[in-house]
Design a protein around this ligand. Structure first.
Ligand code: ADP
Length: 497
């Protein structure tokens, strides 16, 4: 249809169209509203979407963080696992250590218990022992303090730590005055001649060096001087007290031997008297037998001569013995007369050797004498003869047939001469050597050999030599057969005051 064409539309249709249009308008409006609503909704949705996005992002971030945290947690967890493992191990070890410790603790507890027990036992024992020691000590002290001999104990410095009643009485000293003082300075001793015994020779000083000292091994008698200057002889015995080989003190036991001395003197006087009395009849026997043997009274047959010779020899031996006993008593009584004069000891020795030559020849002894040039000495020729004779005759007597004896005299030093006699004889047994210079002693080995002798010769010789300021000693060892005697004598003054 074209534009100029007119269409006739009824009113109804127009009305209808109007209503339709109105309906359409209403629908359009509704649609607009709905569209608006939808836009709003969309907006809201958009906002919500944005929010959601932001939430999502946040969530993503949080998720990331969570992942990281989870990772950390995982690593921490792993570490924790390791640590837990370690801890478990440690715990195990600790458990073992704890067990061990527990066992050690138990053992320690047992040991401690035992220790406690033994300490208690020990304490009990110590108490008991101390008690018994104290009792023993008290007993010993009571014994020591009350014994009849004088007793003084010193410590290792020689200081007096104990003195008994007898010692106090004998020495006229009070315990309180001497306790703690040096023994050798407090209790002075004297020799035979009244000379104070020097400190180093004091028996206590010698005992502190570890030697046991008794009067037996001291040559001279020891005296103690009282306040009133009177003195008394002492028999002493000083013993070192040792602990683990160290001297920790000394004990000196002593007694007054005035009585023994008096008895000894009386004995010596008796021996002297008896010897004197014996000399006369012995000399008579000697003269008459000599006369009979010489045939002055008439001839004797061989048998009579033989027997009479035995009588004569026996009598001679008896005379020798009596003379020796007389010498001993003179020496002991101090009545030995000494007449010093210048002596040519070599000449004197030669004369003694000459006298002994028959005996040496009889026993086929090879003898040599080697004198050096020595000065004249100041001595009693009678005593020098006695010394030389004794030593030489012993050497000959105690050497078997065919043996060797050598004698010599020389200068020992500027002030002394030395007389030496060596033999190849029987020697002197080691276990008897310390007794050789004692009175009446004869060694077993020579007694067995049936040799004559009195056992007095060397005792007299030693006394004479020492009184003359000389010394005598000998050597006799297993390695070398025989014996060598040495005698030194001072050149100047051989007789002591
Ligand atoms: P004795 O009269 O017995 O010879 P001595 O006093 O002279 O007395 O000697 C004492 C002891 O010493 C002797 O009996 C002997 O045992 C021993 N004796 C002395 N000199 C010698 C020596 N040269 N060889 C071996 N023993 C000796």
């Amino acid at each position: 249809m074209n534009k100029n064409q007119t269409i006739s539309i009824s009113d109804d249709t127009i009305f209808k169209l109007k209503i339709l249009a109105e309906e359409k308008e209403s629908v359009r409006r509704k649609l607009i509203v709905t569209a608006e609503k939808l836009r709003l909704k969309a907006k809201q949705l958009a906002i919500t979407a944005e929010e959601k996005e932001s939430v999502r992002r946040k969530l993503a971030i949080t998720a990331e963080k969570l992942v990281a945290t989870a990772k950390e947690k995982e690593s921490v967890r792993r570490e924790l696992v390791i640590t837990a493992k370690k801890l478990r191990l440690k715990a195990k070890q600790l458990a073992v250590t704890a067990k061990e410790k527990e066992s050690v603790r138990r053992k320690l507890a047992i040991t401690a218990g035992k220790l406690k027990k033994s300490r208690e036992t020990l304490e009990r024992k110590v108490i008991e022992r101390t008690k018994s020691l104290e009792m023993a000590r008290a007993k010993e002290e009571a014994i020591l303090l009350s014994i009849g001999d004088g007793l003084i104990a010193t410590d290792e410095k020689g200081q007096i730590i104990l003195i008994n009643k007898t010692a106090e009485k004998l020495l006229e000293k009070q315990s309180k005055d001497v306790m703690g003082k040096i023994f050798s300075e407090t209790i002075l001793l004297e020799d035979e001649y009244g000379t104070t015994i020097p400190l180093d020779k004091h028996p206590v000083s010698m005992a502190l060096l570890g030697n046991k000292i008794s009067t037996k091994n001291i040559a001279d008698t020891i005296y103690h001087a009282r306040k009133d200057k009177s003195r008394f002889p002492l028999a002493i015995m000083v013993t070192p007290v040792t602990l683990e080989k160290k001297v920790i003190g000394t004990i000196k036991v002593f007694r007054d031997i005035t009585n023994e001395h008096q008895i000894d003197r009386a004995k010596t006087e008796f021996v002297s008297l008896a010897s004197h009395q014996l000399r006369t009849p012995l000399s008579t026997v000697s003269w008459y037998t000599e006369m009979l043997l010489e045939g002055n009274i008439g001839c004797l047959n061989e048998k009579q001569k033989k027997y009479l010779t035995e009588v004569y020899r026996g009598n001679q031996r008896m005379i020798e013995l009596v003379n020796a006993l007389l010498d001993v008593s003179r020496l002991e009584l101090g009545t030995f007369t000494i007449e010093p004069k210048p002596v040519d000891i070599v000449k004197l020795a030669k004369s003694v050797i000459h006298e002994q030559t028959p005996q040496m020849d009889y026993r086929k002894i090879k003898f040599s004498f080697l004198p050096e040039k020595i000065p004249i000495i100041d001595a009693d020729p009678k005593l020098i003869r006695m010394i030389v004779q004794n030593i030489l005759s012993n050497a000959i007597k105690y050497t078997p047939e065919g043996g060797k004896v050598e004698a010599s005299i020389s200068l020992a030093d500027k002030k002394n001469i030395i007389f030496k006699v060596s033999d190849s004889g029987y020697g002197i047994p080691k276990n008897q050597q310390d007794k050789i210079f004692t009175k009446l002693f004869r060694a077993d080995n020579v007694r067995e050999k049936d040799t004559d002798g009195t056992g007095l010769g060397l005792y007299i010789v030693k006394s004479v030599v020492e009184n003359s300021g000389g010394k005598i000693w000998f050597e006799s060892t297993r390695e070398k057969p025989g014996t060598t005697f040495f005698v030194t004598l001072p050149i100047k003054r051989i007789i002591s005051e």
